[in-house]
Every structure is written in structure tokens, then in C-alpha cells.
Design a protein around this ligand. Sequence first.
Ligand SMILES: *Cc1c(COP(=O)(O)O)cnc(C)c1O
Length: 405
Amino acid sequence: MGNFVCHLEAAIDGTVLPADCIQTMHRERPLWVRYDLAKVGEAVHPTDFAGRPKVLWRYQELLPVPDQDAVVSLGEGMTPLLAARKLGEALGLAEFWIKDESTLPTGSFKSRGMAMAVSMAKHFGLTRLAAPTAGNAGGALAAYGARAGMEVYIFMPVDTPGTIQRECVEAGAKVYLVDGLITDCGRIVREGRDTMGWFDMATLKEPYRIEGKKTMGLELAEQLGWRLPDVILYPTGGGTGLIGMWKAFNELRELGWLQRGTMPRMISVQSDGCAPIARAFEAGERFAEPWESPNTKAWGIRVPGAVGDFMILDAVRESEGLAVAVPDDEIEPVMNEASEMEGISICPETAACIVAARRLLEDGRLSADERVVLFNTASALKYAEAEPLDLPCLPADAKMGDFPL
Ligand SMILES: *Cc1c(COP(=O)(O)O)cnc(C)c1O
């Protein structure tokens, strides 16, 4: 594997940090992985990728894992980019594509981030990982952790879909339900770092999940012949998907690999039941106030506060995009309609993006001739009804030592 990482960089103030040791955050804010792109450009050319295996590791020169032995893989990557003609026509879009991430291991795009973060954890010799999750990140961490032979602890809100609880338990993770929000789960994981010695794999609290998510942007570019679309709609929770993709596009531009100079407008989509980013965007703020009582059926974007809020908002603004919230009650009908039309198992988070496309076309902020791509971030089956499991359930203010681990 080529390792072209030169350093890590604090997103909040540009502080440079070494990449050859375990890093988490700087001033409680996330880190960027920086590459020597001039050397990457000398080592590899876009045409080289075509001959490589159809997994995300084909972009190894733009990924952080320095040694092949550390790679923890379930064969993830190169998801289909499907023309959604019927749905596009119904919306009034001439060119409409869906990149179907539901085909990834564990049925969601979270496997991209976890493949990278767990591989780096293995590289650094970590053996015990923990994460708070709204659902899919936990499923992916459990699977990749199992693959790597690591011990995994997962904390999720008590109303997380039963299928996802089951997925985590079946992969051997130690799973705790919390009678609270993902932020309460996050606090428990943070507080357990010292007593339990686990590594905190929460969204953006380690630098490598973004690099995994970045591969969505690299794949999209390659699949479209290194020409990016005009608009990307992406459901936003913690923001790694949108941030990672925007990072990918900037690296490709700097490498000079893009066939066309223009960058896509990044449109961040949330539900009006939990829309801290959309609210901050409207108010012209760089940081988002936490959302008071988050409530949405789109579990993956039920994130009331994100440590990378400013990175999401910066990406949206740099791209001349938007951050919007859609009515939560419009999500489910659209989800069923879209799945029926295209045969893709559309998840509620993606359905929110379809609602957003429709509304933006109506009010003229999106035009019919723009080439639009959205990502089906998970399979709808991840949220199917399932028998509840008999798992330990902690109060929202649970303290370390109050419960057995
Ligand atoms: C996590 C998740 C999202 C949100 O992604 P972020 O990178 O956290 O913004 C969207 N959809 C699904 C299905 C998810 O699991």
C-alpha cells in the first residue's frame, strides 16, 4: 500500500499534528487527514483504477491505512450508480441518479467509515472499541470489530430499531440501550474511556471515518468519467458523509483529475423533527445550536448536535449549496413510492432527500436541467419491525460503575 499521508490537521484552527500515532480531536473538534497530493499524482493516474478490484481499497493512494496487514475488509465499495428515470420523471428532473449504498456490508454506507476506522485502530494496536450510535454505525462497528477480533461496546437509544439491535448482538458486540438520546450515549462512551480503556469511535472523534466516507465521492467521480454532477443531496446526521464527499472532490480537483472544473452544489437534508444544521444555515451561523427535542423516523439523521457542525456548514457554503429541513410526515409516503418505482430499498433518510428535491424544484432553488445525484444511504430493511431483545437498559444519566460492563 502506498502511504501518502503527511500529517493530520485540526479543522478548527489548522494546527498540524503527527499522523504516526493515535489521535482523536484537537480543542474538542475533528481532524483532517492530509496527503502529499503531488506525490499521489506521480504515483497513480485515474486510468489505473479501472484494473483494480471493485472495492473501496482501489483508491489506496488516497487512503490512510499504511500496511496491507491492517486492512479489515468485508468486500465493501463500488456500489451501483443507477439512473432513476421514473422517479426523475415524476420529480421533473432530466438526469437523476441514485448511488445505492444499501448493497454494502451491513446494509448501510456506515461500513465505509468503519472499514477505515477499524483498520486504523488495528494498525495502532487497539483492541477494545466503543461507540454511541443512532443505529447503522453500531451495526457496522460490530461487524468490522468482529472481523478484526476486537472487543466492541455499543450504546444506542432505547427506541433504536430491533433489527439493528439484533445485528450488533449477533456480531458479538456488547450492546446497551439507553433511555435517552444519542448524545447521552456519547457521554457514557466518553466517560468510559478511562475506566474501560476503550477507544471512542464516535462520529468524527477519530480522524479516519471521514476517509472511508470519502470513497463515496471518489467512486462517484470514477463512475461518471471524472465529471461531477451539478447537485448532490445528502441526508445529514453527524455529517461525515457530506464532509467526506466534499473532501474527496477537493482532493480530486487539486490532483487535476476532474474533467470539468465545476464542483457540485452540496445540499444537506434534515427532517424538521431534528434540523440543527438547516437552522444554523438559515441563520448564517458557522456553528449549530443543539436541537432541543429531536424526533424523526429517519433514525440515521436524528443527531441533535454534531462536533463537525462547522465542517458541514463550511462545505455547504463553499459549494454554494443549501441546508434544508423537510416535513417529517412527508418522508414515509415518499419512501414507499420511490421504492416501488425503482425497485431500490429506499431508506427514510434518502426519502427525505427526495422530498427535498421535490420542494426545491417547486420553489426554484433546484432546476429541472441540473444533473442530480442522491445516495441511498441504507436499506429500508434495516428498520423492519423485529422482536425486541432482552438487553440491559440504562437511564439517560447512567454513570460508569452503576452498571455491569
Ligand atoms: C448515519 C446515517 C446518515 C447520516 O450520515 P452522517 O454521515 O452521520 O451525516 C444518513 N443515512 C443513514 C441511513 C445513516 O445511517
